[in-house]
Design a protein around this ligand. Structure first.
Ligand code: QUE
Length: 340
């Protein structure tokens, strides 16, 4: 293959904006280390540059905003016992999440397509977030035995009711309209107007946005809001499963079935992380997450197995250790948080 090496994050100054294009379309713009370093450089260059009034962030290729992180590379590093690569990846990514949170001007994310995990981390901490009818937003980490990271252990507990716990444990996929209702996005703009919106943002700045925004349709999860709070507000994964069984609805049975496929350890870690995250600031949450990656990625077998089953072999048949939520030892989960 002889391709001209295009940067995986294309940063430009256009009009009054700094524009960032995540450009790994074949990998659904999943964040790799060069992209993360380029985010860092753009944040440093533009935060005090008075000619940059806002940042406009988008994904290349028309299918994805950003599918997450380069978890295939992390799996390879974890299997090789290469802790330094794992540590560098997450610490630099979380620095970017923090740098976006404290960026002193609007950081406009144009979310048209898949936005999961790391994609939420580069959009949620500083608004506005624009979603289209083609946005698909999720925190699917329990499927690969990771946990909600990139600062979402701060964000998710602050969503209405138990929506954040529901999203984190089931990996539920939200539409653009759903994301606005859940509090993960601020503006709904139809895809057919996104190009025009981008041009207006670059020409005029963030004040152009309200002209393009429409009232989103009702949330698809609206009929289940009360059940989400009843079930996902419980304080253990087993209690959540019992509450779902007690509902006796098709929706609840479907949620329980989804949970039974996820890494049991990862669900228990994720629930504990969100409960702790409710009482921490963003910096505290990112520090907790970084400490957890060292155990979850480098030491627990489920992460390597989860990435294998979802992204490498794509067999959808992970062998979790332990295989059942009933067999997760609460002391082992506490130990993963440093025994505190
Ligand atoms: C959970 C995840 C991720 C995921 C799937 C999950 C994730 C991620 C990707 C992904 C998807 C397509 C790609 C790619 C990565 O999928 O973080 O490179 O082409 O990055 O169930 O957390």
């Amino acid at each position: 293959m002889s391709e001209t090496a295009e940067p995986s994050l294309i940063a430009k100054k256009e009009g009054v904006a700094g524009t960032l294009l995540m450009n790994r379309p074949k990998a659904l713009n999943a964040l790799d280390q060069p992209m993360i370093r380029a985010f860092s450089a753009a944040i440093a260059a533009w935060k005090d540059d008075a000619s940059v009034k806002l940042v406009v962030l988008e994904g290349a290729g028309g299918r994805a905003f950003c599918a997450g992180g380069d978890v295939r590379a992390l799996r390879t590093a974890a299997m090789a016992g290469d802790r330094a690569t794992v540590e560098a990846f997450f610490s630099e990514e979380y620095e970017v999440n923090s740098g976006i949170a404290t960026f002193p001007k609007p950081w406009v994310s144009l979310i048209d397509g898949v936005c999961m995990g790391g994609g939420i981390g580069v959009s949620v901490h500083q608004g506005p977030q624009v979603v289209t009818e083609h946005a698909l937003i999720a925190m699917p980490e329990t499927a690969i035995a990771l946990f909600p990271d990139v600062g979402t252990s701060y964000v998710l507990p602050r969503l209405p009711g138990a929506i954040g716990t529901w999203l984190a444990l089931t990996g539920a996929r939200l539409t653009g309209a759903d994301a606005v209702h859940a509090g993960l996005a601020t503006h709904f703009v139809p895809r057919e107007r996104l190009h025009e919106l981008r041009a207006a943002l670059v020409a005029e700045g963030v004040d152009a946005l309200p002209r393009f925004a429409l009232t989103p349709p009702e949330a698809s999860f609206a009929p289940h809001r009360a059940a989400i709070d009843r079930c996902f507000g419980q304080d253990s994964v087993l209690a959540i499963l019992a509450a779902l069984d007690a509902e006796g609805t098709e929706w609840a049975a479907a949620q329980a079935k989804i949970l039974r496929r996820m890494s049991p350890t990862s669900m228990c870690v994720s629930l504990e992380l969100l409960r702790r995250g409710a009482a921490e600031d963003l910096a505290g949450c990112l520090a907790m997450e970084l400490a957890l990656t060292r155990v979850v990625v480098n030491e627990h077998p489920d992460f390597v197995e989860g990435v294998r089953s979802v992204l490498v072999d794509k067999d959808g048949a992970p062998k979790w250790q332990p295989a059942r939520v009933e067999d997760v030892d609460p002391a082992a989960i506490a130990a993963m948080f440093g025994g505190r």
